[in-house]
Design a protein around this ligand. Structure first.
Ligand SMILES: Cc1cc2nc3c(=O)[nH]c(=O)nc-3n(C[C@H](O)[C@H](O)[C@H](O)COP(=O)(O)OP(=O)(O)OC[C@H]3O[C@@H](n4cnc5c(N)ncnc54)[C@H](O)[C@@H]3O)c2cc1C
Length: 429
């Protein structure tokens, strides 16, 4: 076999569908990684967090839609931010007129002050939020929400990943938003797709079908050794040999498997920051709970930072007459949330969502919690230095990481597919 691909998540399976002579090694008994869905009691949930399909990259969007064929629905985003009990249109800067008048004024005023900004360019993510949106929007929503989802201080994060990607909103839009004239933001995501049946895992099922003969499941890659001109990969029981390997598993799993990694590289690895995710999946005995796509919750009195309503993406993911709710909570290994049992998390989330009027706790007919170790890459201030050291090392020994936690970048599905397509083009040159 010429090429060994490690990991059968979206990236590994995409690579597998593009490369003829390859084998895909997956540690789990199921493919899909972060794109797995579970089906129980008539509900289907994306158990590693709510997923939707969207992209500015037409080739990649077409790739995903082609894989799903007729199994697709198109939706228009109807997303809100729950700000002090009020539903504010998302993105926040496009929903200012939903705010109480004083808050609306403070956001508008803060934004106008940024137009005459003579301060130095922002040095971190916190400064960037103030610099780009102004004090009002930063303090009321952007800082609290971001610190909740990242579970990390925004002043300890870099801004290179948003700078340029998220432009300062046009003055005209902010004035219209404040006055209550409708505008839309993040337009590339205003319309999105979702599989009609099977949750986001339907994309995986389709890719898996194409590569079935190449996939080896339950193969947890534990060691990677260079022997003459081959890579020898082992799970501790069995060995497999390849001329080249492409790594799509999280960078930590990859680095621990490679023999003789110098201590300086390990030091950089241990400095990388990420967070984990708890998803609380609830089924409700309620028909059409609401018409929201998902809600963002910056408030500190509720664990979840985001609550999605998958049965509003596709009615086929809940039984007739019922609704599906998926709450997302980020945490880190050593924090107080990590120590709570699944039962405690579920009970607390149901209570909190009930108190906020998002659900009625008496209608809950299904509940489950799932933990995902690697959820979001955190771009802390030392990120570039540390990832640079690790990637130079991998490049030097000839191992190629592709995918979200392999490259250790905040990549959505479309970017993973783009990187897999580009990697394959290079390979075939
Ligand atoms: C909460 C959340 C919401 C998201 N929402 C969206 C969204 O709405 N839209 C969007 O486009 N993207 C979304 N994403 C991003 C999307 O999930 C990822 O970009 C994509 O799934 C990453 O795929 P991957 O194959 O690179 O990595 P992974 O899915 O992590 O796959 C890696 C694979 O490697 C396997 N593996 C690990 N260790 C080993 C080992 N030692 N040996 C063998 N195999 C191993 C794993 O089991 C896994 O199957 C979201 C992500 C999260 C966390």
């Amino acid at each position: 076999m010429t090429i060994g691909i490690i990991g059968a998540g979206l990236t590994g399976l995409t690579l597998g569908s593009l490369i003829t002579d390859c084998e895909i090694l997956e540690k789990d008994s199921e493919c899909g990684g972060l794109c797995r869905s579970i089906a129980e009691d008539g509900f289907t949930f994306d158990c590693c967090g709510s997923h939707i399909i969207f992209s500015k990259d037409k080739e990649v969007l077409d790739f995903m839609l082609e894989k799903l064929g007729a199994n697709i629905v198109k939706r228009r985003r109807n997303t809100k931010i729950m700000y002090n009990g009020i539903y504010v249109k998302y993105p926040f800067e496009n929903g200012l007129s939903d705010l109480p008048l004083t808050d609306n004024f403070e956001c508008l005023m803060g934004f106008i002050e940024t137009l005459t900004n003579v301060n130095d360019k922002p040095g971190n993510f916190n400064e960037w939020l103030y610099y780009t949106f102004g004090k009002g929007m930063a303090e009321k929503y952007l800082v609290p929400y971001n610190e909740k989802i990242w579970n990390y201080e925004t002043s300890k994060m870099g801004s290179f990943w948003v700078d340029g990607r998220v432009p300062r909103p046009p003055v005209e839009d902010i004035i219209k938003s404040s006055l209550g004239i409708a505008t839309e933001g993040y337009k590339h995501q205003l319309e999105f797709y979702y599989p009609k049946e099977g949750g986001i895992n339907a994309l995986i099922t389709s890719l898996e079908r194409e590569s079935r003969a190449k996939i080896v499941k339950n193969f947890d890659v534990k060691s990677i050794i260079r022997e003459n001109h081959n890579w020898v990969i082992s799970n501790g029981i069995e060995q497999r040999r390849y001329e080249q390997i492409i790594a799509t598993q999280p960078i930590f799993d990859l680095m621990y498997a490679i023999a003789d990694v110098p201590p300086a590289i390990y030091n950089a690895l241990h400095e990388l920051k990420y967070n984990s995710l708890l998803t609380v999946m609830l089924g409700l005995n309620v028909e059409n709970l609401n018409d929201f796509s998902w809600l963002y919750i910056p408030d500190g009195d509720c664990l979840a930072h985001r609550v999605a309503f998958p049965s509003n993406y596709s009615e086929d993911v809940a039984p007739d007459g019922k609704s599906a709710v998926l709450a997302e909570i980020t945490y880190n290994n050593d924090d107080s949330i990590a120590k709570l049992s699944d039962e405690e998390i579920i009970t607390r989330t149901i209570e909190e969502l009930d108190k906020k009027g998002i659900i009625d706790k008496a209608t809950v007919c299904y509940s489950k919690a799932v933990r995902t170790k690697f959820a979001y890459v955190i771009y802390d201030l030392s990120y570039k230095k540390n990832i640079g050291v690790i990637m130079s090392f991998l490049n030097h020994i000839g191992i190629y990481p592709v995918g979200r936690f392999a490259e250790f970048k905040y990549l959505n599905m479309d970017a993973c597919i783009r990187n897999a397509l580009d990697f394959t083009k290079e390979l075939n040159k």
